[in-house]
Write a protein that binds this ligand. Structure first.
Ligand SMILES: NC(=O)c1ccc[n+]([C@@H]2O[C@H](COP(=O)([O-])OP(=O)(O)OC[C@H]3O[C@@H](n4cnc5c(N)ncnc54)[C@H](O)[C@@H]3O)[C@@H](O)[C@H]2O)c1
Length: 350
Protein backbone atom coordinates (compact mmCIF):
# COMPACT_ATOMS: atom_id res chain seq x y z
CA UNK A 1 0.00 0.00 0.00
CA UNK A 2 1.55 3.24 -1.06
CA UNK A 3 -0.22 6.49 -0.43
CA UNK A 4 1.10 9.70 -1.91
CA UNK A 5 1.11 12.64 0.45
CA UNK A 6 -2.07 14.39 -0.53
CA UNK A 7 -2.22 17.88 0.80
CA UNK A 8 -5.89 18.70 0.40
CA UNK A 9 -6.47 22.42 0.52
CA UNK A 10 -2.85 23.17 1.46
CA UNK A 11 -2.16 26.85 1.52
CA UNK A 12 -0.22 29.39 3.46
CA UNK A 13 -1.17 29.62 7.16
CA UNK A 14 -4.48 31.38 7.44
CA UNK A 15 -6.11 32.91 10.45
CA UNK A 16 -9.09 30.57 10.46
CA UNK A 17 -10.71 30.88 13.85
CA UNK A 18 -12.26 27.55 14.83
CA UNK A 19 -15.48 28.67 16.55
CA UNK A 20 -16.94 25.22 17.23
CA UNK A 21 -14.77 22.14 17.62
CA UNK A 22 -16.07 18.64 18.25
CA UNK A 23 -13.53 16.27 19.80
CA UNK A 24 -14.42 12.59 19.45
CA UNK A 25 -12.69 10.58 22.18
CA UNK A 26 -12.38 13.85 24.12
CA UNK A 27 -12.50 12.09 27.50
CA UNK A 28 -9.47 9.94 26.65
CA UNK A 29 -5.79 10.50 27.32
CA UNK A 30 -4.91 12.68 24.31
CA UNK A 31 -8.46 13.99 23.80
CA UNK A 32 -8.77 15.47 27.29
CA UNK A 33 -5.54 17.46 26.84
CA UNK A 34 -6.81 18.65 23.45
CA UNK A 35 -10.18 19.74 24.90
CA UNK A 36 -8.48 21.75 27.68
CA UNK A 37 -6.08 23.33 25.16
CA UNK A 38 -8.91 24.29 22.76
CA UNK A 39 -10.94 25.82 25.62
CA UNK A 40 -7.92 28.03 26.43
CA UNK A 41 -7.91 29.10 22.79
CA UNK A 42 -11.47 30.36 23.20
CA UNK A 43 -13.19 27.79 20.99
CA UNK A 44 -16.58 26.33 21.83
CA UNK A 45 -15.82 22.66 22.41
CA UNK A 46 -17.98 19.55 22.57
CA UNK A 47 -16.88 16.04 23.46
CA UNK A 48 -18.31 12.87 21.90
CA UNK A 49 -17.22 9.78 23.83
CA UNK A 50 -18.64 6.40 24.86
CA UNK A 51 -16.39 6.24 27.94
CA UNK A 52 -15.07 2.78 27.07
CA UNK A 53 -11.55 3.85 28.09
CA UNK A 54 -12.16 7.58 28.61
CA UNK A 55 -12.92 9.01 32.04
CA UNK A 56 -14.98 11.97 33.12
CA UNK A 57 -12.22 12.89 35.64
CA UNK A 58 -9.93 13.51 32.67
CA UNK A 59 -12.09 16.54 31.85
CA UNK A 60 -11.42 18.31 35.18
CA UNK A 61 -9.12 20.91 33.57
CA UNK A 62 -11.63 21.51 30.78
CA UNK A 63 -14.47 21.86 33.33
CA UNK A 64 -12.48 24.55 35.14
CA UNK A 65 -12.00 26.19 31.73
CA UNK A 66 -15.79 26.30 31.24
CA UNK A 67 -16.76 22.93 29.69
CA UNK A 68 -20.27 22.15 30.89
CA UNK A 69 -22.50 19.13 31.17
CA UNK A 70 -24.25 20.13 27.90
CA UNK A 71 -20.91 19.99 26.08
CA UNK A 72 -20.35 16.30 26.82
CA UNK A 73 -22.22 13.96 24.51
CA UNK A 74 -22.24 10.34 25.57
CA UNK A 75 -22.45 8.31 22.34
CA UNK A 76 -20.78 5.76 20.11
CA UNK A 77 -19.06 6.77 16.86
CA UNK A 78 -20.28 3.52 15.27
CA UNK A 79 -23.96 4.51 15.45
CA UNK A 80 -26.05 7.05 13.49
CA UNK A 81 -27.25 8.55 16.82
CA UNK A 82 -23.64 8.89 18.00
CA UNK A 83 -22.60 11.12 15.10
CA UNK A 84 -25.90 13.04 15.06
CA UNK A 85 -24.16 15.81 17.01
CA UNK A 86 -22.22 16.63 13.81
CA UNK A 87 -25.45 17.34 11.90
CA UNK A 88 -27.14 19.10 14.81
CA UNK A 89 -24.34 21.21 16.26
CA UNK A 90 -22.50 21.83 12.95
CA UNK A 91 -18.90 22.12 14.20
CA UNK A 92 -16.32 23.95 12.05
CA UNK A 93 -13.65 21.41 12.95
CA UNK A 94 -13.88 17.77 14.05
CA UNK A 95 -10.86 16.36 15.88
CA UNK A 96 -11.30 12.60 15.60
CA UNK A 97 -9.54 10.78 18.46
CA UNK A 98 -12.17 8.18 19.44
CA UNK A 99 -10.55 4.82 18.78
CA UNK A 100 -9.36 1.46 19.97
CA UNK A 101 -5.76 2.67 20.59
CA UNK A 102 -3.97 -0.46 21.80
CA UNK A 103 -1.65 -2.57 19.59
CA UNK A 104 -1.90 -5.69 21.84
CA UNK A 105 -5.71 -5.35 22.16
CA UNK A 106 -6.02 -5.23 18.37
CA UNK A 107 -4.04 -8.48 18.15
CA UNK A 108 -6.40 -10.06 20.68
CA UNK A 109 -9.52 -8.81 18.90
CA UNK A 110 -8.98 -7.57 15.32
CA UNK A 111 -12.77 -7.55 14.84
CA UNK A 112 -13.42 -5.05 17.62
CA UNK A 113 -10.43 -2.99 16.52
CA UNK A 114 -11.74 -2.81 12.93
CA UNK A 115 -15.27 -2.08 14.12
CA UNK A 116 -14.19 1.03 16.05
CA UNK A 117 -11.17 2.17 14.02
CA UNK A 118 -12.44 1.47 10.51
CA UNK A 119 -16.24 1.42 10.66
CA UNK A 120 -16.45 4.08 13.40
CA UNK A 121 -14.01 6.33 11.55
CA UNK A 122 -15.92 6.04 8.25
CA UNK A 123 -19.16 6.85 10.11
CA UNK A 124 -17.54 10.02 11.53
CA UNK A 125 -16.00 11.04 8.18
CA UNK A 126 -19.26 10.47 6.32
CA UNK A 127 -21.14 12.67 8.80
CA UNK A 128 -18.41 15.33 8.44
CA UNK A 129 -18.62 15.28 4.62
CA UNK A 130 -22.42 15.55 4.71
CA UNK A 131 -22.44 18.05 7.58
CA UNK A 132 -20.25 20.67 5.86
CA UNK A 133 -17.41 20.42 8.39
CA UNK A 134 -14.54 22.75 7.35
CA UNK A 135 -11.69 20.55 8.59
CA UNK A 136 -11.18 17.07 10.03
CA UNK A 137 -8.09 16.36 12.14
CA UNK A 138 -7.48 12.64 12.46
CA UNK A 139 -5.12 10.59 14.64
CA UNK A 140 -2.90 8.04 12.92
CA UNK A 141 0.18 6.32 14.27
CA UNK A 142 3.72 5.41 13.22
CA UNK A 143 2.37 1.82 13.19
CA UNK A 144 1.03 2.55 9.66
CA UNK A 145 4.63 2.40 8.35
CA UNK A 146 5.41 -1.05 9.79
CA UNK A 147 9.07 -2.05 9.87
CA UNK A 148 11.27 0.61 8.31
CA UNK A 149 14.90 0.18 7.18
CA UNK A 150 17.49 2.10 9.23
CA UNK A 151 18.41 4.30 6.24
CA UNK A 152 14.76 5.49 5.97
CA UNK A 153 14.64 6.75 9.58
CA UNK A 154 13.32 9.22 10.53
CA UNK A 155 10.36 8.32 8.31
CA UNK A 156 8.90 10.95 6.02
CA UNK A 157 5.18 11.22 5.32
CA UNK A 158 5.62 9.97 1.74
CA UNK A 159 7.15 6.68 2.90
CA UNK A 160 5.10 3.63 1.76
CA UNK A 161 2.33 2.66 4.17
CA UNK A 162 2.95 -0.99 5.11
CA UNK A 163 1.51 -1.88 8.54
CA UNK A 164 2.44 -5.19 10.17
CA UNK A 165 -0.21 -5.30 12.94
CA UNK A 166 -4.04 -5.18 12.98
CA UNK A 167 -3.87 -1.80 14.76
CA UNK A 168 -1.53 -0.49 12.04
CA UNK A 169 -3.90 -1.79 9.35
CA UNK A 170 -7.03 -0.23 10.88
CA UNK A 171 -5.25 3.10 11.48
CA UNK A 172 -3.90 3.08 7.91
CA UNK A 173 -7.46 2.47 6.66
CA UNK A 174 -8.52 5.73 8.35
CA UNK A 175 -5.75 7.57 6.49
CA UNK A 176 -6.83 6.07 3.15
CA UNK A 177 -10.51 6.85 3.80
CA UNK A 178 -9.63 10.46 4.63
CA UNK A 179 -7.71 10.69 1.38
CA UNK A 180 -10.76 9.37 -0.50
CA UNK A 181 -13.20 11.74 1.28
CA UNK A 182 -10.80 14.56 0.45
CA UNK A 183 -10.70 13.74 -3.26
CA UNK A 184 -14.34 12.71 -3.66
CA UNK A 185 -16.11 15.14 -1.32
CA UNK A 186 -13.56 17.94 -0.96
CA UNK A 187 -13.25 17.25 2.78
CA UNK A 188 -10.22 19.16 4.04
CA UNK A 189 -8.13 17.12 6.45
CA UNK A 190 -4.99 16.89 8.52
CA UNK A 191 -4.07 13.32 9.30
CA UNK A 192 -1.60 13.42 12.18
CA UNK A 193 0.84 10.54 12.44
CA UNK A 194 1.80 10.47 16.11
CA UNK A 195 4.91 8.92 17.58
CA UNK A 196 4.46 7.22 20.97
CA UNK A 197 2.47 9.77 22.94
CA UNK A 198 3.13 9.85 26.70
CA UNK A 199 2.40 12.15 29.61
CA UNK A 200 -0.04 12.86 32.45
CA UNK A 201 -3.33 10.93 32.54
CA UNK A 202 -2.15 8.03 30.36
CA UNK A 203 -3.41 4.74 31.77
CA UNK A 204 -0.65 2.22 32.42
CA UNK A 205 -2.67 -0.63 30.86
CA UNK A 206 -1.18 -2.42 27.90
CA UNK A 207 -0.19 0.61 25.87
CA UNK A 208 2.06 3.49 26.77
CA UNK A 209 5.46 2.17 27.83
CA UNK A 210 6.27 5.29 29.91
CA UNK A 211 3.12 5.09 32.03
CA UNK A 212 3.37 1.29 32.33
CA UNK A 213 6.89 1.72 33.77
CA UNK A 214 5.93 4.66 35.99
CA UNK A 215 2.91 2.83 37.42
CA UNK A 216 4.94 -0.35 38.02
CA UNK A 217 7.80 1.42 39.79
CA UNK A 218 5.52 3.60 41.95
CA UNK A 219 3.39 0.54 42.73
CA UNK A 220 6.42 -1.50 43.87
CA UNK A 221 6.20 -3.93 40.93
CA UNK A 222 9.03 -5.12 38.70
CA UNK A 223 9.15 -3.75 35.15
CA UNK A 224 9.17 -6.34 32.37
CA UNK A 225 11.11 -5.34 29.25
CA UNK A 226 10.48 -7.45 26.18
CA UNK A 227 13.50 -8.38 24.06
CA UNK A 228 16.80 -6.70 25.01
CA UNK A 229 15.43 -3.16 25.39
CA UNK A 230 17.52 -1.71 22.56
CA UNK A 231 14.44 -1.37 20.30
CA UNK A 232 13.52 2.28 19.78
CA UNK A 233 10.44 4.45 19.46
CA UNK A 234 9.81 8.15 18.90
CA UNK A 235 8.31 9.64 22.09
CA UNK A 236 6.26 12.83 22.06
CA UNK A 237 4.71 14.56 25.07
CA UNK A 238 0.92 14.88 25.08
CA UNK A 239 1.10 18.69 25.61
CA UNK A 240 3.08 19.00 22.38
CA UNK A 241 0.45 16.86 20.62
CA UNK A 242 -2.39 19.03 21.99
CA UNK A 243 -0.53 22.12 20.83
CA UNK A 244 -0.09 20.63 17.32
CA UNK A 245 -3.84 19.96 17.10
CA UNK A 246 -4.71 23.47 18.37
CA UNK A 247 -2.40 25.00 15.76
CA UNK A 248 -3.77 22.75 12.99
CA UNK A 249 -7.32 23.94 13.81
CA UNK A 250 -6.26 27.40 12.56
CA UNK A 251 -5.11 26.07 9.18
CA UNK A 252 -6.67 24.38 6.21
CA UNK A 253 -5.92 20.67 5.93
CA UNK A 254 -2.29 19.80 5.27
CA UNK A 255 -2.85 16.08 4.53
CA UNK A 256 -0.61 13.62 6.36
CA UNK A 257 1.80 15.18 8.85
CA UNK A 258 4.11 13.59 11.42
CA UNK A 259 3.79 14.84 15.00
CA UNK A 260 6.73 13.45 16.94
CA UNK A 261 10.14 14.31 18.37
CA UNK A 262 12.10 13.11 15.33
CA UNK A 263 14.49 11.08 17.47
CA UNK A 264 14.77 7.45 18.55
CA UNK A 265 14.77 6.57 22.24
CA UNK A 266 15.42 2.97 23.29
CA UNK A 267 13.22 1.17 25.81
CA UNK A 268 16.31 0.85 28.06
CA UNK A 269 16.78 4.65 27.92
CA UNK A 270 13.10 5.10 28.79
CA UNK A 271 13.55 2.85 31.78
CA UNK A 272 16.66 4.73 32.98
CA UNK A 273 14.81 8.05 32.67
CA UNK A 274 11.75 6.75 34.55
CA UNK A 275 13.95 5.27 37.31
CA UNK A 276 15.75 8.57 37.74
CA UNK A 277 12.54 10.66 37.70
CA UNK A 278 10.75 8.39 40.18
CA UNK A 279 13.72 7.83 42.47
CA UNK A 280 12.86 4.10 42.49
CA UNK A 281 15.76 1.90 41.49
CA UNK A 282 14.40 -1.54 40.80
CA UNK A 283 16.14 -3.73 38.16
CA UNK A 284 13.96 -4.69 35.19
CA UNK A 285 13.31 -8.26 34.16
CA UNK A 286 13.96 -9.12 30.47
CA UNK A 287 11.63 -11.52 28.66
CA UNK A 288 11.30 -12.66 25.02
CA UNK A 289 8.80 -10.82 22.83
CA UNK A 290 5.30 -12.28 23.29
CA UNK A 291 4.72 -12.15 19.50
CA UNK A 292 6.92 -12.15 16.38
CA UNK A 293 7.28 -9.31 13.90
CA UNK A 294 7.49 -6.39 16.35
CA UNK A 295 8.74 -3.15 14.72
CA UNK A 296 12.40 -2.74 15.77
CA UNK A 297 13.17 0.97 15.37
CA UNK A 298 11.04 4.04 14.75
CA UNK A 299 11.41 7.79 14.42
CA UNK A 300 9.34 10.24 12.39
CA UNK A 301 10.62 13.16 10.31
CA UNK A 302 8.91 16.33 11.60
CA UNK A 303 10.02 18.85 8.97
CA UNK A 304 6.59 19.02 7.30
CA UNK A 305 4.90 19.98 10.60
CA UNK A 306 7.48 22.71 11.10
CA UNK A 307 7.12 24.04 7.55
CA UNK A 308 3.33 23.91 7.14
CA UNK A 309 2.06 24.35 10.70
CA UNK A 310 4.99 26.16 12.30
CA UNK A 311 4.89 23.46 15.00
CA UNK A 312 7.83 21.86 16.75
CA UNK A 313 8.00 19.89 20.01
CA UNK A 314 8.93 21.91 23.10
CA UNK A 315 9.05 19.37 25.93
CA UNK A 316 12.26 17.33 26.27
CA UNK A 317 11.97 13.66 27.20
CA UNK A 318 13.48 13.95 30.71
CA UNK A 319 11.24 16.90 31.60
CA UNK A 320 8.19 15.12 30.13
CA UNK A 321 8.85 11.95 32.12
CA UNK A 322 9.21 14.02 35.34
CA UNK A 323 5.79 15.59 34.62
CA UNK A 324 4.33 12.10 34.09
CA UNK A 325 5.76 10.83 37.40
CA UNK A 326 4.41 13.88 39.28
CA UNK A 327 0.94 13.26 37.82
CA UNK A 328 1.04 9.54 38.69
CA UNK A 329 1.98 10.40 42.30
CA UNK A 330 -0.89 12.88 42.47
CA UNK A 331 -3.32 10.27 41.14
CA UNK A 332 -2.16 7.74 43.73
CA UNK A 333 -2.96 10.20 46.52
CA UNK A 334 -6.63 10.38 47.65
CA UNK A 335 -8.14 12.69 45.05
CA UNK A 336 -9.99 15.86 45.70
CA UNK A 337 -12.80 15.77 43.16
CA UNK A 338 -13.47 19.14 41.63
CA UNK A 339 -17.08 20.25 41.69
CA UNK A 340 -17.33 21.11 37.96
CA UNK A 341 -16.59 17.44 37.28
CA UNK A 342 -19.58 16.34 39.33
CA UNK A 343 -21.81 18.21 36.93
CA UNK A 344 -20.15 16.45 34.00
CA UNK A 345 -20.52 13.09 35.75
CA UNK A 346 -24.27 13.61 35.93
CA UNK A 347 -24.33 14.08 32.14
CA UNK A 348 -22.55 10.79 31.54
CA UNK A 349 -24.45 8.65 34.07
CA UNK A 350 -27.78 9.41 32.41
N1 LIG B 1 -1.37 7.17 22.90
C1 LIG B 1 -0.53 7.00 21.89
O1 LIG B 1 0.68 6.76 22.08
C2 LIG B 1 -1.01 7.12 20.47
C3 LIG B 1 -0.05 7.03 19.45
C4 LIG B 1 -0.47 7.14 18.14
C5 LIG B 1 -1.81 7.33 17.85
N2 LIG B 1 -2.72 7.39 18.87
C6 LIG B 1 -4.12 7.58 18.50
O2 LIG B 1 -4.63 8.73 19.17
C7 LIG B 1 -6.03 8.55 19.42
C8 LIG B 1 -6.34 8.75 20.90
O3 LIG B 1 -5.62 7.78 21.65
P1 LIG B 1 -5.49 7.82 23.24
O4 LIG B 1 -4.13 7.34 23.56
O5 LIG B 1 -5.94 9.14 23.76
O6 LIG B 1 -6.51 6.67 23.64
P2 LIG B 1 -7.68 6.68 24.75
O7 LIG B 1 -8.17 5.26 24.87
O8 LIG B 1 -7.22 7.34 25.99
O9 LIG B 1 -8.77 7.58 24.06
C9 LIG B 1 -9.72 7.07 23.14
C10 LIG B 1 -11.07 7.65 23.52
O10 LIG B 1 -12.05 7.19 22.57
C11 LIG B 1 -13.20 6.75 23.28
N3 LIG B 1 -13.86 5.74 22.45
C12 LIG B 1 -13.42 4.49 22.16
N4 LIG B 1 -14.31 3.86 21.38
C13 LIG B 1 -15.33 4.74 21.15
C14 LIG B 1 -16.54 4.66 20.42
N5 LIG B 1 -16.90 3.54 19.75
N6 LIG B 1 -17.37 5.74 20.41
C15 LIG B 1 -17.03 6.87 21.08
N7 LIG B 1 -15.90 7.00 21.81
C16 LIG B 1 -15.05 5.94 21.84
C17 LIG B 1 -12.67 6.19 24.59
O11 LIG B 1 -13.64 6.14 25.61
C18 LIG B 1 -11.54 7.19 24.90
O12 LIG B 1 -12.04 8.29 25.62
C19 LIG B 1 -6.37 7.14 18.90
O13 LIG B 1 -6.79 7.23 17.57
C20 LIG B 1 -5.03 6.43 18.95
O14 LIG B 1 -4.97 5.34 18.06
C21 LIG B 1 -2.35 7.30 20.16
Amino acid sequence: MDLPVTAVGVGPPTDLIPGRVLVTGGAGFIGSHVVARLMLMGSQVRVLDNFSTGRIENLADAAIGGLTEADVVSGDIRTPEGVEVIHQWQPDVVVHLAAQPSVPAARRSPLYDADVNVFGTVNVLDACARGGVRLVINAASSAIFGSVAAHDLPVREDHPIAPVSPYGVSTAAGVHYLDWYGREHGLSYTSMVFGNVYGPRQEGGDCGVVSVMVDALLGGRQVVIHDDGTQTRDFIHVSDVAEAIAVACHHNGVGMVNIASGRQTSVNEVYDTVREASGVDNPACYEPLPWPGEVRNMALDTRKARELLGWHPKIGFTEGVRMTVRDARRRQAPSQILSPVWALERAVSR
